[in-house]
Write a protein that binds this ligand. Sequence first.
Ligand code: ZN
Length: 189
Amino acid sequence: MPWPPRFIFIGGSLAIDFAQTGGEGWRSRWESWHSPSDLADWAEASPDLRFRPSVTETEFAAARALREALWFTARAHVEHKAPGATDIALIEATAALPDLVPRWHGGRHEWNRDAAFAQVLSTVAREAIHLFGTDRVERFRECANPTCSLMFVDNSRPGRRQWCSMARCGNLTKVARHRAKAKGDDHVH
Ligand SMILES: [Zn+2]
């Protein structure tokens, strides 16, 4: 897989994938939502949504605000700190609205495609509360590369996932170890 792809779905969680699409400050370097149309493309590409919603400018702004709240709540968990009350309040208020309605289509799960965008945001917010508010949180972690801040839920059975992605960090670290060994220096871990 070429890196970086346009959108990164390594989170093992809708809310974590949503939170890691860019953001304010230094995170604007990896902004992948430049317009409502980008956000609609992201939803269509998301393994958890798989449809292209219509997104207004106001809804786009709401999505970006929710993303900040999710990012800081996730980082608080990584850093073993209490999440911010304002962030939690926004996530809860978003989750309180109606969420997406699932249906069977040809025997497969899909969401109602005529959904209002607020339903998409509610689904994202509800998944975040489920992730951070249940034992699933024990599988929530940060990439083992110290220069990478991507987070994920380890859904693997053994629960030993270390990297956001082999393509991005796993291989880089393997190469660093290999080079260190070749130089007779094994201090790189
Ligand atoms: Zn990484």
